[in-house]
Design a protein around this ligand. Sequence first.
Ligand code: SF4
Length: 264
Amino acid sequence: MTNIEKIKRKSLLYKTRVEYGDYTINHIEGCSHGCKYPCYAMMMAKRFGRIKTYDEWRRPKIVENSIELLDREIPKLKDDIQSVHLCFMSDPFMFGYPDISELSLKIVKKLNDNNIKVTTLSKGIYPDELKKQRYFSDINEYGITLVSLDENYRLEYEPFTADYEQRIEGLKKLHKAGLKTWVSIEPFPTPNIVKQDFLRILRKISFVDKIIFGRLNYNAKVTAYTWHKGFYNHCVDQVQEFCNQKGIDYYIKKGTETSVDMYR
Ligand code: SF4
């Protein structure tokens, strides 16, 4: 391992309140990707005094006793766990951080060895090791976040992530190896933030097994686009129609589809 900072935690596995999650772990604190939507995890870390600045958030620390904690916690929680998600508060395959990928792979292996399904979500590039099918379970689901194909948008809002083509190619390799893949299209921006052809994005990921779609949380930029509710409703229709045609599972995040008051 390189000289990435290490911390210790007292516990790791916990039940998430995220609507499509079950159990989750955060074996990394901070995230070099530095998304500017803004990043909810960074806002929470600031609120609870764990970091003070954006630059501090971008210097990830790894939980060095993660495997020991899992050895202690898995036997107690195993019967209650449907799946474990890596992760909601950082990125398990952070772009340019092999130490983090290495620890994430060990964690996936540890959970799979205990017959626990793992789901992952990343804006990095998946390592080829995941294709060793006898080593990792084939019930796992590997996902990327993809809200645009416009590199100018990425550089402004997800400045230190893997570029979109690399991200998609990394996922496609896992799909070709017979693994389950998914895409989180969240937080999807309104057209006043970036003009884009939504169907083009959907077509690009038509190989995946599942799509999760969610809006960008309301902020001044979203509400400045007065037809934002109608826009998101139309996107939901497009996701549903596309997925039904291609036989892809989908999940629409709560609050993305809303009733539209025609008089406002
Ligand atoms: S990848 Fe996720 S955790 Fe990392 S900065 Fe972006 S939104 Fe935050």
